[in-house]
Design a protein around this ligand. Structure first.
Ligand code: PLP
Length: 381
């Protein structure tokens, strides 16, 4: 950690452990200690670590063709784009490398509508680059970097009256929401919220963008969390789990948003590179063949039922393998869990977020619940 402080910038603070190896749901640190990974690289390592199908697909691809840029086509990018458009029910794809970049692309598409305003929601997290940060509804993250993009209005998440008032002011190119807010602590809006947003955005001629960077790729038991309400957005942004642990993001837009980029409007050197696309195809194929969407939904209920029996947990929220739980002193409980060999994330002072890999078993869920109870008792004592 002395070396970390010497050579790394301080934006992440100093990590408590150094990880050197992963296998399935387990991670191992440089002292050989084993950790049950209930965070999955922040909702990213969907199939855990060193999954044989991903290792094989990446090894094959990297030894055949690892990078070509977007001046040329290659079969893996086309296969993945086709798969993603099947999941969304149509559209066209632009590939890039991170969630923030996907949302930057959404901002650029929205500008090409000829309108200039964007409405986002309080509490939302859309990334750290200047455009994505401008959308992020957390003033403490935005403040040090003002001036950000002009023309962005934040309204309370779930508040349709405020949304309608902001739309009625006119010139709105896009409304962007997380169907379930992840960084904010896995916060679900009131039922019907997305359906109403779809109706309002259509009425006011604005694009509806769903940021599925964290909630997408099957974590909630459907490919995208907005699909629980049966809406069809104009733009979907995906990253994190898409590449099965490799950097990859996609923005999928349906007509007319899909037609707005023309040659020269946007680009990314690495976006959709063959190696990351091969990892994504392998990840999707395992999710489908092992029917992990169905099992994620079921395991999520097992997890929620178990968590609701633990003393000291005040609230449990979420769908599938994406859960926020409220308790006293989340950072201290997170630290104690790490000592007990379990990795989770404190999404705030009173909220822990869990996003285990989809390969988690019922017995690992029981073990997690028992260790969490132990950590809460230790912190309270
Ligand atoms: C909903 C959402 N959007 C965007 C991002 C930004 O993704 P990245 O860190 O890959 O830029 C995140 C990251 O946590 C996220 O949760």
């Amino acid at each position: 950690m002395t070396k970390w402080n010497e050579v790394m910038m301080d934006n992440y603070g100093t990590p408590g452990i150094e990880l050197v190896r992963g296998e399935g749901i387990f991670l191992f640190d440089s002292f050989g200690r084993k950790y049950l990974d209930f965070l999955g690289g922040i909702a990213t390592s969907l199939l855990g670590h060193a999954h044989p199908e991903i290792v094989s697909a990446v090894t094959k691809q990297i030894s055949t063709l690892s990078h070509v840029s977007n001046l040329y086509a290659h079969p893996t990018v086309l296969q993945l784009a086709e798969k993603l458009t099947q999941m969304t029910g149509g559209g066209r794809v632009f590939f890039c490398n991170s969630g923030a970049e996907a949302n930057e692309a959404a901002i650029k598409i929205s500008r090409l509508t000829g309108k200039s305003r964007i409405i986002a929601t309080d509490g939302a997290f859309h990334g750290r680059t200047m455009g994505a940060l401008s959308l992020t509804g957390q003033p403490n993250k935005r403040a040090p970097f003002e001036q950000l993009l002009p023309g962005i209005t934040h309204v309370p998440f779930g508040d349709l009256i405020a949304m309608k008032e902001a739309l009625a002011l006119g010139d709105v190119a896009m409304v962007i929401v997380e169907a379930i807010q992840g960084e904010a602590g896995v916060i679900l809006p009131p039922p019907g919220y997305l359906l109403a947003l779809r109706e309002l955005t259509t009425r006011y001629g604005a694009l509806l963008a769903c940021d599925e960077v964290q909630g997408g790729m099957g974590r909630t038991g459907k490919w995208f969390s907005y699909q629980h309400e049966g809406v069809v957005p104009d733009i979907v942004t995906v990253a994190k789990g898409l590449g099965g642990g490799l950097p990859l993001c996609a923005i999928i837009a349906v007509t007319p948003a899909a037609q707005l980029f023309t040659p020269g409007s946007h680009g990314s050197t690495f976006g959709g590179n063959p190696t990351s696309c091969a990892a994504a195809i392998a990840t999707i194929s395992v999710i489908e063949s092992a029917q992990l969407l169905e099992s994620n939904y079921r395991l999520g209920s097992v997890l929620k039922d178990g968590l609701s029996t633990v003393d000291g947990i005040h609230a449990v929220r979420g769908i599938g393998l994406w859960i926020g739980l409220d308790l006293e002193d989340a950072p201290a409980v997170t630290k104690e869990l790490q000592t007990l060999g379990v990795l989770v994330n404190a999404a705030g002072s009173q909220t822990i977020r869990i996003a285990p890999p989809f390969i988690v078993t019922e017995s690992q869920i029981s073990e997690f619940i028992s260790l969490l109870g132990q950590a809460i008792r230790k912190v309270a004592s």
